[in-house]
Design a binder for this molecule. Structure first.
Ligand SMILES: [Zn+2]
Length: 86
């Protein structure tokens, strides 16, 4: 069974759900209970890597992660490595 990643566009809650292909996509957020879930196209494995710095970044910044390109301290992506040289 594939793992689907969902993100709530109302509260920003993100989680993974194991579903059959035949299952209907989830719509209601388990946190804020609004029908604002969006299914992310992704693959298992990539998800784990992606959410690591994403969540750290979110905690540190308290605002829009990944949009400004400011990653968490210790992020080893190419962009961050280049920035830390200054
Ligand atoms: Zn929500």
């Amino acid at each position: 069974m594939p793992i689907y990643e969902y993100k709530c566009s109302a509260c920003g809650h993100q989680f993974e759900e194991l579903q059959k292909f035949s299952d209907a996509p989830l719509v209601e957020c388990p946190v804020c209970h609004k029908p604002a879930l969006k299914k992310q196209i992704t693959e298992a494995g990539f998800v784990l890597k992606g959410t690591g710095w994403y969540q750290t970044d979110f905690k540190n910044e308290g605002s829009r992660p990944s949009s400004s390109g400011s990653h968490a301290a210790g992020c080893s992506c190419k962009a961050c490595s280049a920035n830390s040289k200054n």
